[in-house]
Design a protein around this ligand. Sequence first.
Ligand code: AKB
Length: 318
Amino acid sequence: MKNVLVIGSTGQIGSELTMLLRKLIPEGNIVAGYIAGAEPKGDLLESGPAELANVCKADELATIVDKYKIDTIYNLAALLSAVAESKPLLAWDIQMNGLLNILEIAKEKKCAVFTPSSIGSFGPNTPKDNTPQDTIQRPSSMYGVTKVATELLSDYYFKKFGVDTRSVRFPGLISNVTLPGGGTTDYAVDIYYSAVKGEEFVCPIKAGTFMDMMYMPDGLKAAIDIMNADPTKLIHRNAFNIASMSFDPEILYKKIKEYIPDFTMRYEFDPVRQAIADSWPNNMDDSCAREEWGWKPSYDLDSMTRSMIETLKKRFNK
Ligand code: AKB
């Protein structure tokens, strides 16, 4: 991996992944791909090349791949689960037609491709606890439908055409840099902002709803390590379960209160997000990722909470 195109570089994962890749591969071209209306700013704009890269415009993507001799594409363009339910056709267009464009270009120009999957690729009849790597995937949301199709199509392009596709099933990602938008797990990010700002948090997910979550530094490590993994050791490709912690809103609330004792939270559940959350696993078994490419997270709930609160307190002068 030397010359990399990050599509969706101004989003929640892309903004941090692009900066980290630029630090790790100073000799390479790490291109921040963006769409009109979501232009990169500040360090992201100043620290390397940036190009309009709309997944739905194959010509635009092919030109960038040629111009920078791209060998690896991180395809992070997506509508998250809750927003995809309100715009299912747009979600399909971006997630499926966009992916096809990328895979076709990758086939022709010999690029490796990472397109994230998610806990959203599972559904109500998937085993909920210790969810196996290979199991039932019959999701009930449009987001989930596109994630399962992404896994299948990516594996198809690997087997049929030799395109080096690899990926992980991300849990809810928690970061203090760029806010997520329209996801079911967003509450686990928003709660930290409310706590640090001294505001009451209104939780859209019911107590007792467990989901896998992960601190962004571990998520970024996974996205990079899987692309650097020895291909001869990979039995699976699209996509690996990865896990580090699982909690419900109540556990998270109590953990934050250990650091901010006067923090308050009440529940006002959002039926769309709750239905999606209820159909997702409580916690995944990530032993295949551990065995096949050495996956190991660094953060647990306590170390993530300390880091989130410390960073946000500095940001908001609290
Ligand atoms: C979402 O909630 O939609 C995402 C995800 C788990 O894929 N954060």
